[in-house]
Design a binder for this molecule. Structure first.
Ligand code: NAD
Ligand code: UFG
Length: 339
């Protein structure tokens, strides 16, 4: 039987785009998702894009028996672990829920993989593990520090994976630290569909553009950045998806564990993103300047040299393309998957 890749959280934003990229590259895919932050309609969209070349299991990754059944029924040779909760503010209000879900699901998954003799894993980490960075661009060797429970769950999972590699060299682990994923598949069929009020900048901008929100609040205009607004490393979700393919290829070919930043290496300010979006979408984005958001850092962007050197990967899409694809998705699907 042709080997396949298990994607946890594959109905979510990054997981669904990665599933498409893997299937387009000829891989068979099994998705496990409990749909706690995604819509079953994603699956219809994936079928429209890729046919029936994937299986879907609705289950919680903390359910070891459900994982055992997947490993028994499918010839899984690697896993990409996206499943997790990701809202920083929510993690501060409900820390136990975050530790239970994010750390619990990772332990349950690693145990099931061990039982099934599958020890190749790509893990979704985040630039949040760098805390308030002392230098930009941020290299992978920068000090690690969590500033909220969500970030702590990522650091704990990273540490767990490092301990596992030390204990048993058969484990092949790629820890990928994403910067700020934005944009959507060029078809406009899948994209980012946050429930409720978006926490992140790009979905807020697209919802203002489509008339669902009155205006964007720009958090802070007195940062030590060129125009005073926060600077981030926005990366097109399709580039990010391709980074997972490169990481899997690296693990299969080199059998060596890695920790790599996935970003563009370029910092873009809130104001620059808003201006670019307005130009691309051909409409103004109403906005107001308000106070800084607590916990935000002034600037955060990646040193991407390691990804280029060891994965042979680099981001290709620029900010205009990110805005164009995000806008296509939002304008075709004004209310996300409910449209
Ligand atoms: P998302 O919420 O769109 O996708 C996560 C998916 O996991 C959802 O479909 C959800 O239903 C599912 N899920 C959550 N807990 C589960 C569980 N216990 N069992 C089964 N399914 C479960 O989020 P995303 O933006 O696609 O993020 C994917 C991963 O990347 C997350 O681990 C996130 O922390 C990480 N990450 C995201 C960003 C970002 O800005 N989007 C940045 C850095 C890292
Ligand atoms: N911003 C606004 N208005 C908004 C939302 C955001 O001005 O309505 C600003 C923020 O202040 C920041 C920038 O836009 O300067 C980006 O903010 P996001 O919330 O989109 O992204 P963050 O960099 O704050 O955080 C995101 C994820 C984190 C993750 C981090 C690094 O939400 O979980 O990227 O990967 F850890």
């Amino acid at each position: 039987m042709t080997p396949c890749i298990l994607i946890t959280g594959g109905a979510g934003y990054i997981g669904s785009h990665t599933a498409v990229t893997l299937m387009e590259a000829g891989h068979r895919v099994v998705i496990i998702d409990n749909l706690c932050n995604s819509s079953p309609r994603v699956l219809d969209r994936l079928r429209r894009l890729c046919g029936n070349s994937f299986e879907f299991v609705q289950a919680d990754v903390r359910d070891g028996a459900a994982l055992d059944a997947i490993f028994t029924q499918h010839p899984v040779n690697s896993v990409i672990h996206f499943a997790g909760l990701k809202a920083v503010g929510e993690s501060m209000a409900q820390p136990l829920r975050y530790f239970d879900n994010n750390v619990g699901s990772t332990i349950s998954l690693l145990q099931a993989m061990d039982r099934a003799d599958v020890r190749r894993i790509v893990f979704s980490s985040s630039a949040t593990v760098y805390g308030d960075p002392q230098q930009v661009p941020i290299p992978e060797t920068a000090p690690l520090k969590a500033t909220n429970p969500y970030g702590r769950t990522k650091l704990i999972c990273e540490d767990m994976l490092r301990d596992l590699q030390c204990a048993d060299p058969r484990w092949q682990v790629a820890i990928l630290r994403y910067f700020n994923p934005v944009g959507a598949h060029p078809s406009g069929l899948i994209g980012e569909a946050p429930s409720g009020v978006p926490n992140n900048l790009m979905p807020y901008i697209t919802q203002v553009a489509v008339g669902q929100r009155d205006y964007l609040s720009i958090f802070g205009n007195d940062y030590p950045t060129p125009d005073g607004t926060g600077v981030r490393d926005y990366i097109h979700v399709m580039d990010l998806a391709r980074g997972h393919l490169a990481a899997l290829d690296h693990l299969a070919n080199e059998q060596q564990s890695i920790t790599v930043n996935l970003g563009t290496g370029y910092g873009v300010s809130v104001k620059q993103l808003v201006d670019t979006f307005s130009r691309v979408a051909g409409r103004p984005i109403a906005h107001r300047h308000v106070a800084r958001r607590s916990g935000d850092v002034a600037a955060c962007y990646a040193d991407t040299s390691l990804a280029r050197t060891i994965l042979g990967w680099q981001a290709e899409h620029d900010i205009a393309r990110m805005c164009e694809d995000a806008w296509r998705w939002q304008s075709i699907n004004p209310t996300g998957y409910a449209s």
